[in-house]
Design a protein around this ligand. Structure first.
Ligand SMILES: CC(C)(COP(=O)(O)OP(=O)(O)OC[C@H]1O[C@@H](n2cnc3c(N)ncnc32)[C@H](O)[C@@H]1OP(=O)(O)O)[C@@H](O)C(=O)NCCC(=O)NCCS
Length: 112
């Protein structure tokens, strides 16, 4: 959760975790404080939390028309994996995206 000076909740992020994979269920920031890096900070802290626990990937689905959210995820390094046609009840499409949270260890060549 993100809290302001008055100790009010101005943003939140919810994930589910299963073994080494996590799913972003919901993220939202109060309208008045948007575009100030709150969602970025929430997601960065979430990724640090997952990484520290050995969770290697974070998945999500986002409405193709949700430019704000798609831009946010692309900026944080999520990659588009597939388009899900008519994913939502109103018939709109989603994009499934994934962020690799854990770097694979580098293979050291020629070490003897
Ligand atoms: C999407 C949402 C969580 C972003 O929260 P935020 O705190 O405003 O995001 P940030 O300030 O961290 O923005 C990070 C980046 O996201 C993108 N972004 C955010 N708002 C944007 C907008 N209105 N238009 C275009 N890109 C936008 C930009 O790339 C931005 O980086 P920049 O400011 O350096 O250009 C917020 O708009 C929201 O709560 N929307 C309603 C709920 C929602 O759609 N949740 C996602 C469902 S999957």
């Amino acid at each position: 959760m993100a809290i302001n000076e008055a100790e009010e909740i101005v943003g939140y992020c919810i994930c589910s975790v299963s073994h080494t994979s996590a799913h972003l269920i919901s993220i939202a920031v109060q309208t008045e404080v948007r575009r100030r890096g709150v969602a970025t900070s929430l997601l960065q802290r979430t990724v640090e939390f997952l990484r520290a626990r050995g969770v290697g990937e974070l998945w999500l689905e986002v409405n193709l028309k949700n430019v704000e959210a798609v831009n946010l995820y692309l900026k944080l390094g999520f990659e588009k994996e597939e388009v899900l046609r008519k994913y939502y009840s109103d018939g709109s499409d989603a994009i499934r995206m994934r962020l690799i949270t854990l770097q694979l260890p580098k293979v050291i060549k020629g070490g003897g």
